[in-house]
Write a protein that binds this ligand. Sequence first.
Ligand code: SAM
Ligand code: SF4
Length: 333
Amino acid sequence: MTNQEQNITDGFGRVHDYLRISLTERCNLRCTYCMPEEGIPLRDKAEFMSSEELLTIAKVFVKLGVKKIRLTGGEPLVKKGFENLILKLGELPVELALTTNAILIDKYLGVLKEAHVKKINVSLDSLKADVFNAISRRKYFNKIVENIDLLLVNEFHVKINVVLIKGTNDSEIIDFLEWANNKNIHVQFIEFMPFDGNNWNLEQNVSFKEIMEAVAAYYGIENIVKLEDAKNDTARNYKIINSTATFGIISSVTNPFCSTCNRIRLTADGKIKNCLFSQTETDLLTSLRNGEDLEKLILNAIQAKHKERGGLEEFSNDSVKKIKNRSMTVIGG
Ligand code: SAM
Ligand code: SF4
């Protein structure tokens, strides 16, 4: 048995105290960069963690030093029994956060407050209804914008995740920053990452450099101020003078921030991924059901973590074809 002060550390000395749990692979949207149009193949319920199993596994991570848990998916709010689960997770001594498409936020607002969830990241890839609905292949734009307002009125910390794709929404960088001005919103621009089934190619990626150039061209380079990044932040963060808007750029493709990574991912079927791009997984759920020691498995899985991007040296159209990775909705973004 390991003692309570133990940290989850990898072979490069990085302490891993942030767990992202995918509650479900399913989703009520079909974002082109994330999900195949037909959705993902349905699997037997028994292949996934029940809420009780998820809680048991989460408690092992907390015992090993995890301080923050973010719930994601798929769409976490479509998980059956979400209400009870979040309340139980809310009892753990961790900061609890959520990444969601916000379609069901109005339904769960009360319970999110009760569970002390304060930080909510909402994905919204366009401020134009027709563009957003085309990207997400559904028609929930108005509902999502209403629910973002609801979160703001209720004083949640809201970050908006925008995956930029060339020719689709890259003309909206300034629109997002102008929209965020005078609202308590932080915008995170995310580079388009390669996963199974999302037809990634480098030419569609909008790079860190291109995003900064667009912002500088509009506001003037002298008006962009670097903010201090939190220790394990994967984004580089900035503010704009004379605006309340702040923004970050997550450039996993052109400028990965692996050196300070503290993230562990737990998939809805109970497997640890030690990196978004890792091609190996550790099956905690089967081990839990077999009564095995999860602590040792977790520590070994993180020890085996590669230095950068799951061992992939670069993202190119060729290198990406050679890797096998599950889709983002299955891994949990
Ligand atoms: N359904 C929730 C949502 O959309 O916020 C949570 C799950 S989603 C997989 C988590 C985050 O991953 C979202 O912000 C989404 O935009 C991002 N994401 C999905 N596929 C991506 C990709 N190929 N490249 C970059 N980010 C991606
Ligand atoms: Fe669903 Fe989120 Fe993926 Fe969009 S990005 S399909 S909302 S899981």
